[in-house]
Design a protein around this ligand. Structure first.
Ligand SMILES: Nc1ncnc2c1ncn2[C@@H]1O[C@H](COP(=O)(O)OP(=O)(O)OP(=O)(O)O)[C@@H](O)[C@H]1O
Length: 261
């Protein structure tokens, strides 16, 4: 297996505080990571580094064989698919779903209605179908439910056939049905051997899809535990990360965490 992302001694300082501190991480081809931890743990900051959108204060970051700081990030970023709520705020309500997905091929938002080629349009259509959104190509963004919007974001992130896929809390704000549909879609992506190496950030263990191979648990800017998911998502690790006694369980392919009594 070859390395997709390697971080060594990475730290990010803001004011007088290290919001990421001494983070080491190796993401290899074929691996699907879940990144969990309390509010303010540094999850989004770490994802921004993996997306080549943020340069650390200290440490070495190598993504897709490019060293951050030496690489041309405008060449690197299109090789990374990212779905986060930051993009969504820039999409006009009247924009068509098909355009939102296909315009990822240009790594732009807001330059809609380009003359896209047929191959790109066909790929966007196929991705939307895979996300359970068949027939929605011509629907406008403003008419979609939250759950449908999240799945459009993921289709857009996959549009460029990225070598690294980053998903920041894709199930945030979804109702139970929306969450379950999303977990299904993510399970089908992560169990596909051709899918890119992936990192999924979530607050809730119930949102962990099938196919996740590794877990990184963070708290207060540092790594509490990292490694294969089965041996990393434990009651001890979670109790340590969240500062309260927690019981972690795994049954029928789904994870759960609750207060230990
Ligand atoms: N530009 C900044 N200046 C100062 N502090 C920052 C900055 N960006 C992030 N932080 C702080 O760094 C910490 C980590 O933030 P980050 O968003 O990475 O955490 P997170 O684990 O994603 O949190 P959440 O689960 O709440 O989304 C937080 O305490 C946040 O307030």
């Amino acid at each position: 297996m070859s390395a997709v992302a390697q971080l060594a001694g990475v730290g990010v300082r803001r004011g007088d505080r290290w919001i990421l501190d001494n983070v080491d991480l190796d993401v290899e081809e074929g691996q699907r990571w879940v990144l969990v931890g309390p509010n303010g743990a540094g999850k989004t900051t770490l994802l921004q580094i993996l997306a080549a959108q943020l340069h650390p204060t200290v440490g070495l970051v190598e993504i897709l064989d490019e060293i951050l700081g030496a690489a041309d990030v405008f060449e690197l970023r299109p090789r990374i698919g990212m779905a986060s709520s930051a993009l969504v705020h820039r999409i006009p309500d009247q924009e068509k779903v098909g355009n939102i997905v296909v315009s990822a091929a240009w790594a732009v938002v807001g330059r809609w209605n380009e003359a896209y080629d047929d191959q790109d349009v066909a790929r966007a259509r196929e991705l939307l179908e895979r996300m359970g959104l068949a027939g929605m190509v011509d629907r406008t963004w403003g008419t979609l439910s939250e759950g449908e919007r999240k799945r459009v974001e993921i289709a857009r992130a996959l549009m460029t056939d990225p070598e690294l896929l980053l998903l920041d809390e894709p199930a945030a704000g979804l109702d139970l049905a929306g969450r379950e549909q999303l977990v299904d879609v993510l399970s089908s992506i992560f169990t596909d051997p051709d899918a890119p190496a992936s990192v999924l950030v979530t607050h809730h263990l119930e949102e962990i899809p099938a196919g996740i191979t590794h877990a990184l648990v963070m708290a207060d800017g540092h790594i509490v535990a990292a490694g294969p998911v089965e041996t990393t998502l434990t009651s001890d690790v979670f109790s340590d990360a969240f500062g309260m006694p927690l019981t972690v369980s795994h049954a029928d392919g789904r994870w759960n965490a609750r207060a230990a009594h």
